[in-house]
Ligand binder design. Structure first.
Ligand code: PLP
Length: 444
């Protein structure tokens, strides 16, 4: 096969085949090989590929107008998408601001929080506490919140460092606490940090309700969520949920926050919100925050492409599909099926140390010893090796090294929310085959 020259670069040179087409949970390369999209790309393609309703809606909008600058016109797709978004999110989140991606959403959340604080005479509050490990995006502001050393260190010194607290990696804890006490223990780390920094300097706390790439679908004990909300309220610190990955139904609720009955002050959305049909994201906040900013002259922020009618028509069709096809309920149901299947792998592969997640955001992690949760030897490069073995067999997985980037390979299994039970079975056959090949390679 002759190499096609490429002038394009991303993080590295791209050895992958050319994509031809997508259909439901499957992608096909130009040779006709079929892949199960076991990670929905990067947890993006929530309603699957080539959804006819979404394509029809985008095409219809294309024939009318592809762009109208938001300062020159209101558009029905953007207004309707904002209405639908508010309808699908919990009460108290009733103002929407559109962006084109996750990092933009995180940046926008911070700037809204900051401008709101200024309107309240609290301009001294500028620190945003985030967690370690975490991932919030790749622009400088979002990267400064990200708790993942390999992504931050190459750019150091960065902007003034934002304080960090530990993510509740409770599966690694070897204390004798109950789950409830453990959750509270991690929440108190936030309280301690706010006091240490000085409450009148702390603007916000940002967290992924269920971890994404950085932690591998890490879920905190239930007690954590409510206590964090209380602590933020105690000190007037705004609570920002980064639901870029978890939002739009991925965990079996429209927002993951709903699992714990939490109303954050600001929510960041992207990924599944546009579901791969358009670059789209949003922040959703309460009128309580937004109205004072508008009264004070307006939100000093905005991206040129944000809220364009083409992207918003795609987003609207995506949310309609989620509702009409009951895909959020399906994510909850199929998430249970998938979780049982993944847990069963632990009987067969001693190097799987943990299985976790919520809805269709699930992960398994490799260890060399389950009793100590010692990671596999980093020299094995397990995170990339298993992905290759699965890819060869027609299954796409998403992997990262976790625990702050030192070692500890985890794999996200997050198929489109349209997946059926039979398709989960089909996916597991390939996954077991890839794991068998990996076990053989490492001599287990
Ligand atoms: N926040 C979270 C939780 C994410 O998972 C991501 C992307 O993986 C981002 C923010 C950044 O989104 P984007 O890559 O669209 O800028």
């Amino acid at each position: 096969m002759t190499e096609t020259p490429s002038y394009l670069f991303y993080q590295s040179r791209n050895p992958r085949p050319f994509l031809d087409r997508g259909e439901g949970i499957y992608l096909f390369d130009e040779s006709g090989k079929r892949y199960i999209d076991g990670s929905s790309g990067a947890m993006v393609s929530n309603i699957g590929h080539s959804n006819p309703r979404v394509l029809a809606k985008i095409k219809a909008q294309m024939d009318k107008a592809t762009f109208g600058y938001r300062l020159h016109f209101r558009t029905h797709p953007s207004e309707d998408l904002a209405t639908k978004t508010v309808e699908m999110t919990p009460d108290g989140l009733d103002r929407v601001f559109f962006v084109s991606g996750g990092s933009e959403a995180v940046e926008s959340a911070i700037k809204l929080a900051r401008q709101y604080a200024v309107t309240q005479g609290q301009g001294s509050r500028y620190k945003v506490i985030s967690r370690f490990p975490s991932y919030h995006g790749c622009t400088f502001g979002a990267l400064d919140l990200t708790g993942y050393a390999p992504l931050r260190e190459p750019f150091a010194p960065m902007m003034p460092g934002m304080p960090k607290v530990a993510s509740p990696a409770t599966y690694l804890d070897r204390d004798n606490l109950t789950e409830e006490a453990r959750g509270l223990k991690y929440a108190e780390l936030l309280r301690d940090k706010i006091l240490e920094e000085g409450p009148d300097t702390v603007l916000a706390f940002i967290m992924e309700p269920v971890g994404g790439a950085s932690t591998g679908a890490l879920v905190a004990p239930d007690s954590y969520y409510g206590r964090v909300r209380e602590i933020c309220d105690e000190f007037g610190v705004l609570l920002i949920y980064d639901e870029v990955m978890t939002g739009a139904g991925r965990t079996g609720k429209f927002l993951a926050a709903e699992h714990w009955g939490i109303t954050p002050d600001i929510v960041a959305l992207s990924k599944g919100f546009g579901a791969g049909y358009a670059p789209l994201g949003a922040i959703v906040a309460g009128a309580r925050l937004v109205e004072p900013v508008l009264d004070a002259g307006g939100f000093l922020h905005g991206f040129t492409y944000a809220g364009n009618p083409l992207a918003c028509s795609a987003g609207l069709a995506v949310l309609e599909e989620l509702q009409d096809q009951n895909l959020i309920e399906n994510a909850a149901r199929m998430g249970d099926v998938l979780m049982d299947e993944l847990r069963a792998l632990m009987d067969r592969y001693p190097f799987i140390g943990d299985v976790r997640g919520k809805g269709l955001l699930t992960a398994f992690e490799f260890v060399s010893d389950r009793s100590t949760m010692e990671p596999l030897d980093p020299a094995l490069q397990a995170h990339s090796r298993l992905v290759e073995l699965a890819y060869e067999r027609g299954l796409i997985l998403y992997s990262r090294r976790t625990r702050g980037g030192t070692s500890g390979d985890h794999f996200l299994v997050a198929p489109p929310l349209i997946i059926t039970k039979d398709q989960i079975t089909e996916m597991m056959v390939i996954l077991r085959d890839a794991l068998d090949a990996f076990a053989l390679e490492i001599g287990v």
